[in-house]
Design a binder for this molecule. Structure first.
Ligand SMILES: [Mg+2]
Length: 325
């Protein structure tokens, strides 16, 4: 039986400035790089990049789980429990890179994440000059009227042809969501992402019917189980998919092909390892989405070996995961 040995190393990278969302301040991205080596010496790379606020396993749980695994086989990867979506992604993508030949780099239209609040006004211009046309702005972090004023200022400043995505991270009330959408309907807002908390799906279905600005689900559809549930409940709007925390890529492929979803691919602030798999292997194997991909997050970290394409170099730069994780 074809099997491989698993080794783990962990990374910690601070954000240049903490990312401010409704979930709070995020200042440090932690994750695990995994290396599979089979009997013939072939190597596969994977990454486990959990986001607990989105309902995934924690770093500690992922490390403990991986340490409990014997030799890695496809059968074992298939049996990873649903509570470990980031591990499902990391191990399955590593196995896939072990057993397939190199992927081809693709060019995608990117959406660029602006800082929340008034700092967005200082940031869009250099990105625009570098060719960016789609931007994302986090809302629900300051009082409603302040943010609505900022939105009007932002649209007053942005050149024609710019498109904005708004992301509330589930932080709005019903009334605030209605106010936002009334204003959004007057501007080129591509969509409002996750206006309400994940447990308010029927309210978001109502919002979708009431306003012309499209609604996207993100926190509601973090894992593939949640995604399938929302689809079964009649959600036919936009699905934001962070493949790195969604779970099994094989199952993701099946769902995307069967359900013909309107997908926005989105970063989970992963390193080049997960990013390259998602952009060069996973997305090209799926029906094409017209929407810009949400991987424009480079400016959020200092330059690092973690973003370059030589994975052995990334590996050498990291410490083995300590005995206690
Ligand atoms: Mg989001």
């Amino acid at each position: 039986m074809h099997s491989a040995r698993l080794e783990l190393r962990s990374y910690r990278r601070p954000f240049r400035q903490p990312l401010k969302t409704y979930h709070g301040l995020w200042s440090l991205r932690e994750g695990i790089v995994l290396k599979l080596t089979d009997d013939e010496g072939r190597v596969g790379w994977g990454e486990i990049a959990p986001i607990v606020e989105f309902g995934t396993e924690s770093m500690g749980q992922a490390i403990q789980f991986c340490r409990s695994l014997p030799q890695i086989t496809p059968e074992l990867i298939e049996q990873i429990p649903g509570e470990f979506p980031a591990c499902q992604f990391g191990l399955e993508s590593a196995w896939e890179t072990l057993t397939t030949n190199g992927a081809i780099a693709h060019d995608f239209t990117q959406c660029h994440l602006l800082p929340s609040g008034a700092n967005a006004m200082l940031t869009w211009q250099p990105l625009w000059q570098a060719g960016a046309r789609t931007f994302k702005w986090k809302i629900g972090v300051a009082p409603l009227n302040e943010e609505l004023n900022l939105l009007e200022n932002l649209f007053g400043a942005l050149p024609a042809g710019a498109q904005l995505r708004l992301d509330a991270n589930g932080g709005l009330s019903w009334e605030a969501a209605c106010e936002w959408l009334q204003v959004c309907d007057r501007y080129p807002v591509e969509f409002l992402e996750q206006p309400l908390p994940p447990d308010q799906l029927s309210e978001m279905l109502q919002l979708r019917d009431r306003y012309t600005t499209p609604i996207a689900l993100d926190e509601s559809v973090t894992t593939l189980d949640q995604l399938e549930f929302c689809h079964q409940q009649g959600w036919r709007g936009i699905f934001v998919i962070k493949a790195a925390i969604a779970g099994s890529p094989t199952r993701l492929r099946q769902i995307c092909q069967e359900c013909q979803l309107d997908v926005v691919w989105s970063s989970a602030f992963e390193t080049a390892i997960a990013r390259q798999y998602i952009l060069n292997t996973l997305i090209p194997s799926l029906p094409l989405s017209e929407r810009a991909i949400g991987f424009g997050v480079k400016s959020w970290f200092a330059n690092s070996v973690l973003d370059q394409p030589e994975f052995e170099e990334i590996w050498r730069s990291l410490e083995p995961v300590s005995a206690r994780g």
